[in-house]
Design a protein around this ligand. Structure first.
Ligand SMILES: C[S@@+](CC[C@H](N)C(=O)[O-])C[C@H]1O[C@@H](n2cnc3c(N)ncnc32)[C@H](O)[C@@H]1O
Length: 291
């Protein structure tokens, strides 16, 4: 098993500092780290209940599909960033081999505390007998992560990329810490394309969800008004797949779930064994043609 290096003194580099400006796709919406962190701090105690209730539990199925999309091989570690209360990290760790170290990271202390309690309960329930590693939940900004380049076989994010102040910086960081040949996976809300469904969805998102959300979460900054706004302004489908290609990922594909309410995007970091094999085969073919 290999464990990645964590540099606790890691400071955002110049481009990450620069990137605290919102990306063009989110202009007009305050996604500053302070605002987003404070919003999640306020809703943390009720985040899980709200999530399952407002999505009618479909969010659990979406995360399961995301885990099934991963091609976990060998014992290289896996990173789930913007992990919040830890559901995706825990689902990945349960599905991966006992030798695979999964790490969760997020910049909201209150969300991580809940993830840690869940993970401690799981360890207690199995009396440490599941054989798998305990997940460390680390406090880190996804725009400047304290991990070396090429550290993880898979880097995932569920419903988090949309909240990062600069989408491209978040994607670049994901690609940076991913191993060559590894997978970068994004699970994110998207806009349904069927006109009738789109209208119903927009009505639910704009009028029903914020009221229930605000009432239940007693959140004075209105996180559940932020949700439809941030989804409406966030790229989806081909647009987000293009942004993943722009940071250097290859073979990017996406799969809409539940009529497009959410989408799984997956891309590969170039330089893996298959690339080398393909390049060798290509060189061989060229050599044959030349002779
Ligand atoms: C909607 S929650 C998603 C949580 C979890 N991944 C899930 O599937 O439920 C978004 C999370 O992203 C985190 N987040 C947003 N921007 C971040 C950043 N720049 N760095 C680290 N975490 C961030 C928030 O603190 C929050 O926990």
């Amino acid at each position: 098993m290999s464990v990645p290096n964590v540099d606790p003194s890691h400071q955002p580099n110049a481009s990450a500092k620069e990137a605290t400006r919102p990306s063009p796709a989110t202009e007009g919406l305050d996604k500053s780290g302070e605002r987003v962190r404070e919003m999640f701090r306020q809703i943390a105690p009720r985040y899980d209940v709200m999530n399952h209730l407002l999505s009618l539990n479909i969010d659990k199925w979406w995360r399961r599909k995301a885990v099934q999309t991963l091609k976990i091989q060998g014992d290289d570690p896996i990173l789930d960033l913007c992990c919040g209360t830890g559901d995706l990290a825990i689902a990945i760790a349960d599905a991966a081999g006992a030798d695979v170290q999964v790490i969760g990271s997020d910049f909201c202390h209150a969300m991580l505390e809940i993830a840690r309690v869940k993970e401690a309960k799981r360890t207690r329930d199995t009396a440490g007998g599941s054989g798998r590693h305990t997940i460390p939940f680390l406090e880190a900004d996804s725009m400047a992560m304290p991990f070396d380049d090429d550290s993880f076989q898979c880097v995932t994010v569920a419903f988090g990329l949309r909240n990062i102040a600069n989408t491209d910086q978040g994607l670049s960081e994901m690609a940076r810490v991913c191993k060559p040949g590894g997978q970068v996976l994004v699970l994110e809300f998207s806009q349904p394309t069927l006109p009738v469904l789109k209208q119903a969805y927009n009505f639910y998102f704009r009028h029903v969800l914020p009221r229930i959300g605000q009432w239940m979460a007693r959140n004075d900054k209105s996180a559940y008004e932020y949700l439809p706004e941030s989804v409406g302004k966030f790229p989806c489908g081909d647009a987000l797949a293009g942004r993943m290609r722009d940071v250097g990922l290859q073979h990017v594909t996406f799969r809409p779930l539940t009529l497009g309410v959410a989408t799984i995007y997956v891309g590969e970091k170039p330089g893996g064994k298959t690339d080398h094999a393909e390049m060798a085969a290509h060189r061989e073919r060229e050599a044959l043609v030349a002779t």
